[in-house]
Ligand binder design. Structure first.
Ligand code: SIN
Length: 177
């Protein structure tokens, strides 16, 4: 029998899950934090005016809440091929240990934009990141929509992320001007 594969999503994969799965769960990835430090030249921006989307940064003290999806055995290879294409803007697959609410740990594939990838932007002051997000838009929609959908999805999971909330509040402030 084929080993079943879990996917761990911490960004758009949480709320834009465009693949079939047999079960889902909240998951916690210890030792990594979510940051809007990855450029999006292909989904939420353009090569000339890239957006800012989420990636994972190693952290000695933090962790990241997201969602686990268990893939169906007979489509898992195709799902991975499709996700590789969707996440091609600098992300690579990484195998991680994710804790489930029941205290189990599962091995999962996550898509990570390392600090070495060509689209890694790194940190900027919150206002500067919010301005970039407020202005950017690409083939998958506005960068604001990505940020607000992620904020809402994390609230729904009952695990809001301070970094995401701060950025969303700052971006809403710019919209009211
Ligand atoms: C993810 O959602 O887990 C990866 C980053 C993204 O596509 O937003």
């Amino acid at each position: 029998m084929k080993d079943l594969i879990w996917i761990f999503g911490y960004g758009s994969i949480i709320w834009k899950t465009d693949f079939p799965f047999i079960s889902e769960s909240t998951g916690y990835l210890n030792g990594w934090i979510r940051r809007f430090w990855q450029a999006s030249p292909d989904h939420r921006g353009t090569p000339e005016a890239p957006g800012r989307v989420a990636t994972l940064l190693p952290s000695r003290t933090g962790g990241c809440w997201g969602k686990l999806f268990l893939l169906e055995a007979d489509v898992q290879n195709q799902v991975l091929v499709n996700l590789d294409y969707r996440e091609k803007g600098g992300y690579q697959r990484m195998l991680v240990d994710v804790a489930t609410p029941s205290g189990e740990s599962v091995k999962a594939v996550t898509y990570w934009g390392s600090q070495q990838n060509e689209h890694f932007l790194g940190p900027k002051p919150t206002l500067e990141m919010a301005r970039q997000i407020n202005d950017a838009s690409g083939p998958s929609g506005s960068n604001r929509d990505y940020l607000f959908q992620l904020e809402a999805a994390l609230q729904q999971l009952e695990h809001p992320d301070r970094h995401v909330t701060l950025l969303a509040n700052k971006t809403r402030g710019l919209m009211r001007r």
